[in-house]
Write a protein that binds this ligand. Sequence first.
Ligand code: HEC
Length: 198
Amino acid sequence: MKIKLYLAAATLIAVTSLFILSCNDARPSEESDTPLTHSTPESEVARGKYLVGIMGCNDCHSPKRMGKNGPEVIPELLLSGYPSDRPLVQFDSKLIKEGFAMFYPDLTAAAGPWGISFAGNLTPDETGLGNWTEAQFKKALTQGKFKGLENSRMLLPPMPWLNYAEMKDADIHAIFLYLKSIKPVENSVPPPIAPEAM
Ligand code: HEC
């Protein structure tokens, strides 16, 4: 009986050590520090989509229609900015001169002490980001420059570029790849209206 137990224990130890040894053998030692998942363009596009979702870009950049549970993104106009064919509402700017801000119900246009600003077209059409380089995109997002050009004006509120100033290059890259992959929508967003002209 005792002998049988010893034998069983010995077999167990032998099998376990063999298993451990074979695991060690399977791992190429020089690659032990490399991450298991490698990013591919598809996984970066998916990550860009995820980031655009959680960072709220659709809140202001996607036109919406009223649905059962409130405003819903119009899928075919995803991220195409304030629709230029939408008539501008006439409003009393008295409240704004007193310091209030107002939004269109779908947040694609906003009026405040800065005037009226219209969210840009982020689709890959040439009226959107079609001709932009990634460097321009980075400058717009992290330094708040219109069209991402060095000598252009600063982006107006409510574009929250200050929140994005510290964004990592890999995240900017993923978002840019995603935006280049969505449906192009032709829409020339109007220039902002100065406070004096409201
Ligand atoms: C709270 C509203 C709001 C949110 C959220 C927002 N934006 Fe904007 N964005 C705007 C507005 C409004 C403008 C236009 C500002 C102007 O004309 O000065 C703008 C402009 C831009 C521009 C510059 C367009 C141009 O032609 O120069 C880029 C690029 C941009 N946004 C990207 C993004 C991305 C990417 C996100 C999400 C990570 C985002 N925005 C989130 C409101 C917003």
